[in-house]
Structure formats: C-alpha cells, structure tokens
Design a protein around this ligand. Structure first.
Ligand code: ASP
Length: 439
C-alpha cells in the first residue's frame, strides 16, 4: 500500500474541534498513515501562536523575569485540548517539570528545546487521541555543522516509520545537531519535516493541511477574489514562495521534488476542496502566468565606475565585501559602467557604513549610492518561455498605471520576470499585472 504524509499546521491543531476534524480526514483515506503536527496556532486573530508564547517564556525566564503570564496561556491551552478530548494524558506533569527547570536553571534549557515542546506536546496529545504511535523527531533528523539535514536522517526515518500498516504521529520543526543538542528549523519548519518524511518513506503524496484551500494567484489582501491555483510546478512554487507567496516554507519543496512526490495544499476546514497540487512541470500546455508574488523592504546599491566592464574581478570583489559583512544579495542587474545589487534593507542597514567605506577604498568607484524603499514583484509562469510579447504586455500594464519600473530582471530560468518598483507602487503594480494577465 502506498502511504501519504499529512502535515497539519498550527490552525489545524488549534483546539479539540480541529483534532476531531483531523481524525475524520485520516479515516476518510487509509493511505494517510504518517501525521506531522505543528504547535497549536491562533484560534482567533487576537490570540498568539503557542510557538510565539514559548519564545516569550524563554526570553523572560532567561533574564530571570516572571514568565507566569505566557506560561499560563500555553498550559491552559494544552489542558483544555486534552480535557475536551477526554484524554488521560499526563500533560500537567510535563508542564510541572518544565516549569521547575525554567525556574531553577533556565540556562540548562536551550531556547530551541523549550520552543520545540510546542510540537512535541501536540504530537503526544494527537497520538493518544488517534491511538497512533508517537515517534520523536529528535533522534531521527540530524543537522550537520552547516545546518543541513544529513543523509543518515533519511535512513533513520525510513527505519523508524517502516511499518506500512501503522499510524504514526511525528512532531514537526526540530531534530538534533551532531553534538546531540536539540535544534529547530527556521520558523514554519514543520513543513520541512513533512517533506523529509515523505521522501524518506517513499510516500505517494505529501498533504500539507492548513486553513486555506490552496494557493491564490495573488495575495488576497491586494487583489480581491484572486483565482486559486489548482496546479503549480516545483520550479514555479519555489520562485513564488521565495518572492513572498506565503503558503509553504520554501525549503520544504526540495525533499519532495527529489523524488517527484506531489505536494497537495489542503484545507482542514473544507477537506473536500481540491486545493493546490505542486508537482513536476506539466507536459501539457502550461499557463502563461501561474502567480504573482512580491516583497517590500529591499535596497539597491548602485556603483558606477568608468571602464568597469574592462576591470577583471570587479563584481567578484564587490560581492566579497558584501559577503564578509554578512549581506547576501538577491539580484544584480548590471550596466557597462555600473552595477546594481539588490539586498535586504534590514541586513544592509546594520553594516551600511562599513560596506560603503570598503567599496570606496577597494574599488575606487566614481559614484556609490543606496536607493531604499524598493519592492520586488515576481510574475511567474512556465508559459512565458514560448509566448512572444509577455514582457511587452507586463510593462504596458505598468505604464498605463503610471508606475516607474526601477529594475527589470528576467531570470535565466525564463519562467519569472522580476521587476523592482518603489514601495508605494507595490500594491498598484500587482493589481495592474493581475488585471492584464488574469482578469
Ligand atoms: N511552530 C513553528 C512555528 O510557528 C513551526 C511550524 O509551525 O511549522 O514557526
């Protein structure tokens, strides 16, 4: 029998009612055998995610401040879920022990350990509720010194989840480093856990259950009634997620992609909806535009020097200065005597003076300038490779709305046209592109 990994995000495990929905979802398809959970999320917009409350608790405890307020909210939520589900679980004891450690010796607990308890306890409760086997991710997922998941992790997982008939529950978001310290992924990392499990167990499908019925062609806060995307390729989703489409952690694509395992984004509150399927590039005629995504908070470093094109190693040396100062770059459109480097504004701000000084000293430019308040917008679709006039249409739409385009970059992938505009034109530009290609 083929198996499906089902990862349930924070909103899907926010309360007992959501746990019951999950049970029904699992019962409706016998192939759903591997469950990954996040920590409970918000039940309403006023509430905090439990992961955020765990970070606050640690912050207070590590400064020897009173952490009772966030701790109480975390504890109450888990107790409420176990009581509502009439479980025998000894959740109170787990909390008593953690609280004692936090009070006595907060330095002995790492922030990653405390925060991981969000997923750990949720998985414990879920496994009891489902009558499933709990498998901890701590000994299975190992990070090397570069914070990459080791090949050994995949073998560990395949062995630990080897029974094809068993129902397993695994906490998302964490593993351990080579020294045995518990380590979390970056925020939203349970998506990565699910994808790694799907790969390791050669699953037929990775279902990522959330509170929306898939990905939309544009951010619904910007474009009203944006169409849903029913199918998107791994390459397209990678470009869209990187550019700001906020559905899956962008590192969660690679493990499934390596084995061509499709990912289906599904809605726990409306499980019958098709959602969005992410898979290999379709062989049939692809759509011209699959989606539009974007992000604000970029700056552009503009460097001008006459005869720059003849100066060997100019670009490499400038990028080395950025690297040494901990700044990674997003794009670098170049002219004959000029170079533009687009970087994240917050990172640059911290080292702006040092970077400019070093460029002045080492590269002797005629001019160096920083333009801030820049937004990048990616228009993504496999269809644009073969369609004459796509760029012309896009720029005509922007011109019609009087939007000044500061940067143009059609990636070598040819499935993405990236433009840079002033932040105040961001929303207007997305609406103009959507209007031109979609509605
Ligand atoms: N709970 C973690 C977070 O909020 C991980 C996850 O939900 O994927 O980032």
């Amino acid at each position: 029998m083929t198996r499906i990994v089902c990862k349930f995000g924070g909103s899907s495990v926010a309360d007992a009612e959501q746990f019951r929905k999950i049970k029904n979802i699992l019962h409706s398809n016998q192939e759903r055998k591997i469950v990954v959970v996040s920590a409970p999320g918000k039940r309403n917009p006023q509430e905090s995610k439990l992961t955020d409350l765990l970070y606050s608790t640690y912050d207070l405890a590590s400064k020897n401040l009173n952490f009772a307020a966030p701790w109480k909210l975390i504890r109450e939520r888990y107790v409420e879920i176990t009581q509502d589900l009439s479980l025998q679980s000894s959740i109170g004891e787990e909390f008593d022990k953690l609280e004692k450690d936090l009070k006595k010796n907060p330095d002995k607990l790492s922030v990653d350990f405390l925060v991981s308890r969000g997923e750990y306890l949720c998985a414990k409760i879920m496994s009891e509720f489902l009558g499933a086997k709990f498998v901890d991710s701590y000994p299975l997922i190992q990070f090397d010194s570069q914070y990459n998941v080791t090949p050994q992790s995949y073998e560990n997982i395949a062995e630990a989840l080897s029974s094809k008939d068993a129902l397993y529950v695994v906490p998302g978001f964490y593993g351990s480093d080579m020294q045995g310290n518990l380590k979390t992924f970056t925020r939203g990392g349970s998506d990565i856990t699910g994808s790694i499990l799907a790969n390791a167990c050669d699953c037929a499908l990775y279902e990522n259950w959330t509170d929306v019925s898939g990905l939309l062609m544009a951010d619904p806060r910007i474009v009203e009634n944006a169409y849903a995307i029913s199918y998107v390729s791994y390459r397209e989703i990678r470009e869209l997620a990187y550019s700001g489409a906020n559905v899956l952690h962008d590192d969660s694509i690679a493990p499934c992609r390596a084995k061509n395992i499709p990912i289906n984004i599904k809605n726990t509150n409306s499980p019958g909806d098709h959602g969005t399927v992410i898979g290999p590039t379709p062989e049939t005629t692809p759509r011209l535009i699959t989606g539009i995504a974007g992000r604000k908070d970029f700056s552009m470093l503009y460097i001008e020097k006459s005869m720059m094109n003849k100066e060997k190693g100019f670009g490499r040396k400038v990028l080395a200065i950025l690297e040494e100062n901990g700044v990674s770059y997003e794009l670098s459109p170049c002219g004959i005597d000029s170079m533009n480097i687009v970087v994240d504004s917050k990172t640059l701000q911290k080292v702006e003076k040092e970077v400019c000084k070093e460029i002045e000293q080492k590269m002797q430019p005629n001019k160096i300038k920083i333009f801030s308040n820049l937004a990048l917008i990616a228009t993504v679709g496999h269809g644009m490779v073969s369609q004459i006039g796509t760029a012309a249409k896009l720029f005509a739409a922007l011109a019609k709305e009087n939007i000044n385009v500061r940067i143009i970059d059609q990636g070598s992938s040819e499935i993405n046209i990236i433009i840079g505009v002033n932040e105040f034109d961001f929303e207007k530009a997305i609406r103009a592109i959507y209007g031109e290609f979609v509605s």
